[in-house]
Design a protein. Structure first.
Length: 315
């Protein structure tokens, strides 16, 4: 589902990277420039790296978030059940002194339990950190490949694909070079998950309490818009710093432009102002909304299709 969503959002990633690299063109003009220079394929630059990132980082962060929230719901349901049983027993003893307290027959359904926002946030932060560590090599390759065409021709690597990109990184920086910028990747992903997944889930709970179907189109779209906006707002500065550090190249003296994340932020703000940290926010926001809506709705459709095929095969 996430890989299918990527086909729709990959151009937004390319646009975001161009704006982070300093492009001042509007959407239409930038799209025309990319297609004119590289053809339609230019809008899907680094697609193989994006798919690899989705199958590592994306799958891990969503899977871990779902697993953690389900476990948290079961734990909360167990505690609610224990409290309910104690209250029923206490009430029974008060009404019927000397008689055995009646056993509580009410069962708390873990699937129907709603977590508090702070509980969702903890799950989102943990899932983001784990997903970022797993997917950093693919994420680094994606940044290198999408930013390569913006570099001066003499500095371009002209990567043949994700395999070629990773091979060159390992050759130049060693195997640990695949985790360059991992600290910022983890921070960015934790911020994104905190804003995106936790707020989207909370928004769907609120709409479900208003009478809408939680897995319905309205709840999924509404949750995606809320999650996309909050997630983009939380993570955009970290995303900019991550991309800047992962795409930086040494000068003629072999010196890198940034020593660390703090140096990157101070240099960027000093040269371009704080607004530069939010360069490319609009395509980044639309990317988050589209990706989240696809990722929340497609699994439901795929599971339904799989069940239908299974029933047909048994018939």
């Amino acid at each position: 589902a996430g890989s299918t969503a990527l086909l729709a959002v990959q151009p937004a990633d390319v646009f975001k990277m161009r704006y982070q690299m300093g492009s001042k063109l509007g959407f239409a003009a930038l799209g025309k420039q990319i297609v004119g220079e590289e053809g339609v394929r230019g809008l899907y630059k680094g697609l193989d790296a994006g798919l690899a990132r989705q199958l590592t980082y994306g799958m891990t962060r969503l899977g871990v978030f779902k697993t953690l929230t389900e476990k948290a719901k079961k734990l909360k349901a167990r505690r609610m059940q224990e409290d309910l049983d104690r209250n029923v027993q206490s009430s029974s003893r008060g009404r019927k002194r000397g008689k055995r307290a009646s056993k509580n027959q009410t069962k708390v359904d873990a699937a129907a339990v709603q977590l508090d926002l702070w509980q969702k946030s903890v799950c989102a932060l943990a899932a983001g950190a784990i997903g970022a560590l797993v997917g950093n090599p693919a994420d680094l390759s994606l940044v290198r490949m999408t930013s390569d065409s913006v570099l001066p021709e003499a500095l371009r690597k002209n990567y043949a694909g994700i395999g070629d990109c990773m091979r060159r990184i390992v050759k130049q920086d060693g195997i640990l070079g695949l985790w360059r910028g991992a600290g910022m990747t983890v921070t960015r992903c934790m911020a994104l998950n905190l804003g995106q997944l936790a707020s989207a889930d909370q928004a769907r709970d609120v709409m479900a309490n208003m009478g809408l179907k939680r897995d319905g189109t309205a709840c999924i779209l509404g949750g995606s818009i809320v999650g996309g906006f909050v997630g983009a707002g939380f993570s955009m500065p970290f995303d900019y710093v991550k991309s800047a550090m992962q795409s930086m190249q040494p000068n003629a003296l072999g010196q890198l432009p940034y020593r660390n994340a703090v140096h990157c932020v101070t240099q960027t703000v000093a040269k371009h102002g704080p607004g530069r940290l939010y360069a490319g926010f609009v395509p980044y926001f639309f990317r988050q909304v589209m990706w989240l809506s696809y990722s929340l709705s497609l699994p439901l459709s795929l599971v339904s299709l799989a069940r239908s095929l299974l029933l047909c095969s048994r018939a």
